[in-house]
Design a protein around this ligand. Structure first.
Ligand code: HEC
Length: 144
């Protein structure tokens, strides 16, 4: 249990609000990044450029939101996101925009490595993102 949670449980409400908001938001944003990364993977696999472009745009919005998180458990989340995730995301985005779907497929794998590198850097190495090519959605990712 974190000190903040103990103080919050002890009724010192000053410590409850920031802890709660921060915790929920970061995990939720991460969950959304995973979701959009998976859908982008399936779109790239089908060489469906407009759909991949759409999901990368959604992912970018989430990345921008994570960049706003100054600190979490003493880790500079925004700063780490900028240095660890943004460069590999930008390579991916560029390739999809240029319609280079084959290289984009490799680029998304490399981006996933940077997701995991940051989990390691923030003491969450037990969260391992793994490329999943199965379509588990009620959605067709094929072009046309
Ligand atoms: C700044 C470093 C950092 C980067 C970059 C990062 N993560 Fe995370 N991630 C974290 C931290 C810290 C947590 C734990 C959050 C918490 O405890 O609320 C987390 C939690 C998660 C979770 C667990 C939440 C859930 O819904 O199961 C998932 C999934 C996840 N990240 C996916 C990703 C994906 C996908 C990427 C890359 C597109 C990514 N993360 C990039 C630091 C990062």
């Amino acid at each position: 249990m974190k000190i903040k949670s103990i103080l919050c449980a002890a009724g010192i409400t000053l410590f409850c609000q920031p802890l709660f908001a921060g915790d929920v938001e970061l995990a939720e944003m991460m969950g959304k990044m995973q979701y959009f990364t998976h859908k982008a993977t399936l779109s790239i696999q089908e060489k469906n450029q407009p759909l991949a472009d759409f999901y990368l745009h959604e992912l970018e919005e989430m990345i921008e939101a994570v960049e706003e998180v100054k600190s979490y458990d003493g880790h500079p989340i925004g700063q780490l996101t900028k240095s660890m995730l943004v460069p590999s995301f930008e390579v991916l985005e560029k390739q999809v925009k240029a319609g280079k779907m084959k290289v984009a497929d490799e680029a998304i794998q490399r981006m996933i490595f940077s997701c995991n590198a940051c989990h390691q850097a923030t003491a969450h190495g037990f969260i391992k993102i793994k490329l999943n090519r199965e379509n588990t959605y009620m959605q067709d990712f094929k072009k046309g």
